[in-house]
Design a protein around this ligand. Structure first.
Ligand code: PLP
Length: 231
């Protein structure tokens, strides 16, 4: 595991260097769905600092068992509004906010916890029917609205592009998310009233993270390349 993770970090550094980025601005989110506690612990001992869980129920089982470890917890799955409370209890960053209704509930729960909940907005940049996320066109209005919620802070955007064997085919979607982020950042900054930071881009997985990094990814969500094929 140590060698595998060192190799992934090496690939991240190379991809960053190839486009003049600082590899320190790119974090690995280890996608741990279906992965046992023991193997997650091993990954942490081997240098993983962020755990990305996809299911609230799994996370509720794993979280107390790993709470002595110094790791950050991110939620990367689809979040139902009725699970917002658990999500706020456990996660430092929720990658998948895709409606005002969900944001509102997260805001209520964050207030109860005396917490400012960090979130990303999930954008369905390729408009795939099978995927969650808001459309690119609806992003500016929704983000303005969500930024009015006092106990949330929008840290950036997340996307899952279509799967291609050739990562070059996903590049236009990664680039589109970055350009959307840049447009949002300048327009909302100039409005001056919105509490957004918009520096994070969660994009890229095991088979295409280098391409995503070349297009600006700051959070790469990697499962298979760390843990092997899921059963
Ligand atoms: C499982 C998962 C990943 C990791 O996928 P791999 O191809 O195994 O790297 C990334 N993002 C999300 C949202 C996932 O559910």
């Amino acid at each position: 595991m140590k060698e595998i993770i060192a190799e992934i970090k090496n690939r991240i550094s190379k991809a960053a260097a190839s486009c003049g980025r600082n590899p320190g601005n790119i974090r690995i989110v280890a996608a741990t769905k279906t992965i046992s506690l023991e193997r997650i612990r091993k990954a942490i001992e081997s240098g993983i600092e962020v755990i990305g869980e996809s299911h609230i129920q799994d996370a509720r089982e794993k979280y107390p068992m790993l709470s002595s470890n110094d790791v950050s917890w991110h939620f990367i799955g689809h979040l139902q509004t009725n699970k917002a409370k658990h999500a706020v209890n456990m996660f430092d960053l929720i990658h998948t906010v895709d409606s005002y209704k969900l944001a509102e509930e997260l805001d209520i729960q964050a207030k109860k916890n005396n917490k400012t909940q960090q979130i990303l907005i999930q954008v369905n940049i390729a408009k795939e029917k099978s995927k969650s996320g808001i459309t690119e066109e609806s992003a500016p209005d929704l983000i303005k609205k969500i930024s009015g919620l006092k106990n949330l802070i929008i840290k950036g955007l997340m996307t899952i592009p279509p799967y291609y064997d050739d990562p070059e085919r996903a590049r236009p979607y990664f680039a589109a998310l970055r350009m959307l982020r840049d447009r949002l950042k300048s327009s909302l900054d100039s409005d001056g009233v919105y509490k957004i930071e918009m520096d994070e881009l969660s994009m890229g997985m095991s088979h295409d993270f280098e391409t995503a990094i070349e297009e600006g990814a700051t959070l790469v969500r990697i499962g298979t390349a760390i843990f092997g094929e899921r059963k």
